[in-house]
Design a protein around this ligand. Structure first.
Ligand SMILES: Nc1nc2c(ncn2[C@@H]2O[C@H](COP(=O)(O)OP(=O)(O)O)[C@@H](O)[C@H]2O)c(=O)[nH]1
Ligand SMILES: [Mg+2]
Length: 214
C-alpha cells in the first residue's frame, strides 16, 4: 500500500532480478528519458566494480490538478545472493516490481531461480505476490545469444503479467516497462487511493503525467 495523506502519495517501485541483468541500466536510462525538472538525482549507493551493493534510487513525480503530489521512488536490489538481507529490506513495502531477466539463453536457470526467489522474498516481507503489480522485462535482447521474443512469449503465455523486451543500456523498452508497471499500479490502487474519484487521475492521465507529459 503506497504512503498517502491529504497532500502526497508515494509509490515504491523495485527493480528486481539476477545480478548484471540490467536493473541499474534501466534506472540510468530513465533518469535521462524523464524530464529533468520532474526527476531527482539518481543515487547509486556503494556501487563497486559495476555491481550494486546496496541499492540505486531514482525519485520522480508530478502534481495532480487536485494538488496531490504523486511521487515515485524507484529502487534496484543488489544482485549477489550474499546480500540477502539487503535485498529483502529493499523489497519490503514495494507497491510494484519490475523483474529484469537476462534474455541470454545460457542464463535461463538463473532467471528462473531469481524469479522463484522474488516470490519467496515477497512471502518473507509480507507482500502478497499474487496481487503484486508486476512487469517482466527480458533485457539484453540486442545480444546474439538472446532467446527470441516469440519463443519467450510462447513459454510465458500463461503468465498474467505484461512482458517487455528490452535493451536497457541503449534505452529500448525502458519507458515501455515503466509505463506497463504504472498501469498495473493504477489498476491495483485506484480504489484505495481514490485516484480517479478524488484526483481526476484516470489510468492514461496517471501514466502520461508520471512520465512527464501533460
Ligand atoms: N548488450 C547489453 N548490455 C547490457 C544491457 N543492459 C545492461 N547491459 C550491461 O550489462 C551490465 C550489467 O548491467 P547493470 O545495469 O549494472 O545490471 P544490474 O546488476 O542488474 O544492475 C553492464 O555492463 C551493462 O552495461 C543490454 O540491454 N544489452
Ligand atoms: Mg545494479
Amino acid at each position: 500500500m503506497p504512503e498517502i495523506d491529504a497532500r502526497r502519495l508515494t509509490f515504491k517501485i523495485v527493480y528486481y532480478g539476477p545480478e548484471q541483468g540490467g536493473k541499474t541500466s534501466n534506472l540510468l536510462r530513465l533518469r535521462e528519458l524523464l524530464p529533468p525538472e520532474r526527476a531527482g538525482e539518481m543515487m547509486a549507493l556503494d556501487t563497486r566494480g559495476g555491481s550494486t551493493l546496496l541499492f540505486d534510487l531514482l525519485p520522480f513525480g508530478f502534481r495532480s490538478e487536485s494538488g496531490l503530489l504523486v511521487k515515485f521512488r524507484l529502487f534496484s536490489v543488489p544482485g549477489k545472493t550474499a546480500y540477502d538481507a539487503t535485498r529483502k529490506a529493499v523489497l519490503a513495502r514495494a507497491d510494484g516490481v519490475v523483474f529484469v531477466a537476462d534474455a541470454d539463453r545460457s542464463l535461463e536457470a538463473i532467471n528462473r531461480e531469481s524469479f522463484r526467489r522474488l516470490a519467496d522474498d515477497c512471502a518473507e516481507v509480507g507482500l502478497a505476490f499474487k496481487y503484486l503489480p508486476l512487469v517482466v522485462q527480458f533485457n539484453k535482447c540486442d545480444l546474439p545469444n538472446a532467446v527470441p521474443e516469440a519463443e519467450t512469449r510462447a513459454r510465458w503465455s500463461a503468465a498474467p503479467w505484461p512482458l517487455v523486451f528490452a535493451a536497457a543500456n541503449g534505452g529500448r523498452g525502458v519507458t515501455q516497462t515503466l509505463e506497463a508497471l504504472l498501469r498495473s499500479l493504477h489498476r491495483r490502487f485506484d480504489g484505495e487511493c481514490a485516484l480517479r474519484a478524488r484526483h481526476a487521475l484516470d489510468e492514461d492521465t496517471f501514466v502520461v503525467r508520471a512520465m512527464g507529459g501533460g
